[in-house]
Design a protein around this ligand. Sequence first.
Ligand SMILES: *Cc1c(COP(=O)(O)O)cnc(C)c1O
Length: 250
Amino acid sequence: MSEAGRQERDRELGENLARVQRRIDAAVEQSGRSDRPQLIVVTKFFPAEDVLALTRLGVSDVGENREQEAGPKAEAVAAAGEHPRWHFIGQLQSNKAARVARFASAVHSVDRTSLVRALGRATQRLAEEEQGRTEPLECYLQVDLRSEADRAADPGRGGAAPAELPALAEAVAGQEGLALRGVMAVAPLGEDPAAAFERLAELSLALRRDHPDAAEISAGMSGDLEAAVAAGATRLRIGSDVLGPRPGLG
Ligand SMILES: *Cc1c(COP(=O)(O)O)cnc(C)c1O
């Protein structure tokens, strides 16, 4: 990209980011909350240069959903001297857990005990390396908020059934190297996101009875951040309203 093109892109990112921050402020005000959810800017499909522009604009947390893309991007960003916290938000195969644990501060898509074990093993191995990992890997339990019938008709979408959460939480809590932080969900298509996020808030409440520190709620994307803030989300994962429409697949 030419220098002029880069400057234009940086200006655009700054404007988009400011617009999203104002939306979050308005949603917080509207909901009467005294805390402000944390913004995670989802940079999937966009280059490391955009991540660098965002960190220079003050973004501390970025999200990615594919290991093959995120690993090299995180390395490029670190090589340029910026160190945002990387949140892994996509479906994750256990055999990719070790690679994700290398760069991620948090994984929002923990949805089965086999993945918990793989992440735990990987984090412990990294901790044993020279200058290895010192922080635990933060884990969010991803919940599939669709109806039981929809889950049965179309399995494999990512996310545990609500009934599976207690056992999954125990698995994370009992795994050295991992820290249970809370729940995560994507609002199902074809349903009012407000209703879905209310169910997520109830599941969060139930989780906190046994795990009081697991109080975070990761919910809310570009199209539904207001509903998520109203329902108590503490982490917002916003992509296209900051970066623009995703090239290609998206
Ligand atoms: C892509 C993605 C987002 C961001 O979605 P936008 O609509 O672009 O804001 C949030 N959460 C997950 C799990 C995603 O895959």
